[in-house]
Write a protein that binds this ligand. Sequence first.
Ligand code: NAD
Length: 528
Amino acid sequence: MTTTDTPTSPATALRPGRAETDRLAARVAVPTEGRERAQVTSPLTGDVIGEVPIGTADDVEAAVARVRQAQRAWAARPVRERAAVLLRYHDLVLDHQDELMDLIQVENGKARVWAFEEIMDQAITARYYARLAPRALKPHRRLSATPGLVSTREHHIPKGVVGVISPWNYPLVLAVSDALAALVAGNGIVIKPDSQTPFTALRGFELLEEAGLPAGLVQVVTGPGRAVGTAIIDSTDYVMFTGSTATGRTIAGRAGERLIGMSAELGGKNAMVVTGDVDLDTAVEGAIVASFANTGQLCISIERIYVEAPLADAFTEAFGERARALRLGAEQAYGPEVGALASQDQLDKVRAHVDDALAKGARLVAGGRHRPDIGPLFYEPTVLTDVTPDMALHREETFGPVVAVYAVADDDEAVEQVNDSEYGLNASVYCGDTSRGRAIAGRILAGTVNVNDGYSSAWASLDAPMGGMKASGVGRRHGRGGLLKYTESRTVAVRTKLAAKLQDPTGDPDGYARRFTAILRKAKFLPR
Ligand code: NAD
């Protein structure tokens, strides 16, 4: 069945119903009395699915105060107890996956198979940080300049209250996963989920409370980025932001003024290289998932594909054929592979990019059409060739199901093209010979590079850092660094009495200098 003859999926009643979204809205840390409320509509049908109160800067301040209160007792709990909450959350997410996927689909519009990615991510993230935290957070012995005379330890203490500002494209992952690392490190959280996707975040944090997180330790404040997001930066001790590069710059400026740390995972214009020795079917399947998963609204999805020239025509033809065969649908069930775009803004951007490219001479290989017969925000997976630098989508992030295919002469040209971008988030290399793939990966300026995969292998390697170079971000999530960034380090150095005597520079400065010259000469030959 192709995208053009896929029958309309009749919009049956959306799940969950209003009773459940009203229940979740009551968990927002904003007083309900006399407050305006913002409606949340489903991209699947355009129907209103619920409403949440519009928070203010004062609400954020009050929420931060509540979190500070709860955080002291939480930080005093042994790390293993905090980790046990994450492990119980791991099980609860797997048990409640259908209900969570309903929420994700109804407020984001993605196909169910991509909602399941979010379930998997919660489980592996909760498990990873629960296991890592007790080891990583205990005081570690560090080398002093005079081992034996000074004993030094590095402590990690929580920052306090971490502010999380998250986007709409992965409403569970980007709201809760980063919070998991911050929480196990002993922090509390004030979070502003995107106004379009508050309910998934609210349910995720509710499940964390069911798993044993103290009430009050996480406060969800809904409302506009400018008011609520700004207040979060102004009142918390560290900010984790995921979203666009433009907003990231604003937030970084404000966090810089306050001298608080921040981590920002931003936009991308991610590229794939396909070498001539590849198995064509494998590369085409890989490119389909890499470009159209989550309707292309994935920060690490692929929007540019560079194919070695002799294979370019065959690749483009097969890729276009597979793109046309993808099933679009609004069902809250497994089946469709492509869901809706998340908002009218997203649809407008996708249409503008494709129309601009076509008007300037790009060739349409597949897709290129809005599909209101399926739902108000559906758009076909789109493949273009003959894309030139004067077209907006050549360099700008589309953040939708649109990909351009280019022919390149060799690996050198491929690498040059991939790196010719202001972004550096993710990249992919499809090849027959993996040592060639590793060599290409080693020359790509991106925070993650996947060989013979589009994005998931590097993302799901939780023990390794994930994030962007250049305009794609500051800092990293995942790995040890993804935990320790939510802590302050405190170095405690204890000097022995003998050291105090030997290290006294007063009285006999000449002897002191001679002694230490001899010690330094020897120290060079000591094992580390
Ligand atoms: P966005 O920057 O518009 O919004 C993200 C969040 O920031 C929202 O909650 C929004 O309300 C808030 N916000 C907006 N203005 C603010 C301000 N002035 N101060 C504080 N908060 C503010 O981004 P978006 O359009 O929702 O998300 C799409 C973008 O996110 C894409 O560029 C995508 O590549 C990027 N993204 C990156 C990653 C990653 O890990 N690198 C992951 C997902 C999405």
